[in-house]
Ligand binder design. Structure first.
Ligand SMILES: Nc1ncnc2c1ncn2[C@@H]1O[C@H](COP(=O)(O)OP(=O)(O)OP(=O)(O)O)[C@@H](O)[C@H]1O
Ligand SMILES: [Mg+2]
Length: 221
């Protein structure tokens, strides 16, 4: 039986997911110790990181949309089996930078394969392992892309360079997910400065998962 909890970080490129995740970990890691597992998709283990390099390689212009979706799901499967599931079985808190919702938004809507088709295909990969909580970093696609162009020139991948219309489809799909799963997905205003986004995230996590966060704010003052 799984007793741990899985929190996923979702949102468009440059929304600040990774920055916020790092800041949150710096705050909570001293208290949670090895009860905390921090990971990312695609990746989180040797096989999935190898798949990640294939997906994000800007040389791979010939990659078919469904191949891309299947590679993400394959990386996810391996990540779950090797890392997420064992951690949850030990009662740990797992924070994951992107998960299924990214596939639904980017491959389902962005690439146009179909959100339902990508969802269904992912059920095979995950055997129904859904996040307990998803933080949605809500920011206009243009703002996120501008942040990346300004600060992260050395690390722009194959999906970052898609047309703006692609990113608008991704964002629209995320907003549909937000509306469809209001219990699971909580919106953060990611247009605010990073420290305020982090404060919003901790507030949401404290409300939703008090068993891990109830003392937050007291322990690190
Ligand atoms: N709230 C914020 N306000 C302004 N700039 C920010 C904010 N959060 C992050 N940034 C900056 O924007 C850039 C993108 O942030 P980050 O890499 O955390 O985004 P991301 O959501 O993880 O993007 P990706 O989906 O591409 O991984 C970084 O240079 C970061 O310093
Ligand atoms: Mg990131």
């Amino acid at each position: 039986m799984l007793t741990g909890k899985l929190i996923t970080f979702e949102g468009p490129d440059g929304a600040g997911k990774t920055s916020a995740l790092n800041a949150i970990v710096a705050k909570i890691a001293p208290r949670l110790g090895d009860q905390l597992v921090v990971t990312r998709e695609p990746g989180g283990n040797q096989i999935s990181e190898a798949i990640r390099r294939i997906i994000l390689d800007r040389q791979n212009t010939a990659m078919d949309d469904r191949t891309e979706a299947l590679l993400y799901a394959a990386a996810r499967r391996q990540h779950i089996v090797q890392k997420i599931q064992p951690a949850l079985a030990q009662g740990k808190l797992v924070l994951c930078d992107r998960y299924i919702d990214s596939s639904i938004a980017y491959q389902g809507a962005g690439r146009g394969i179909g959100e339902q088709a990508v969802y269904d295909m992912n059920q095979f990969a995950t055997e129904g392992l859904n996040p307990d909580l998803t933080l949605y970093f809500d920011v206009a696609a243009e703002v996120g892309l501008k942040r990346i162009q300004t600060h992260r020139q050395n690390e722009i991948n194959r999906l970052d360079v898609e047309a703006l219309s692609f990113h608008h489809r991704v964002q629209a799909a995320y907003l549909r997910l937000l509306a469809a799963y209001p219990e699971r997905i909580k919106r953060l205003d990611a247009s605010q400065p990073l420290d305020q986004v982090v404060a919003q995230a901790i507030a949401v996590m404290t409300t939703q998962l008090p068993q891990y966060f109830a003392t937050e704010g007291k322990s690190n003052e």
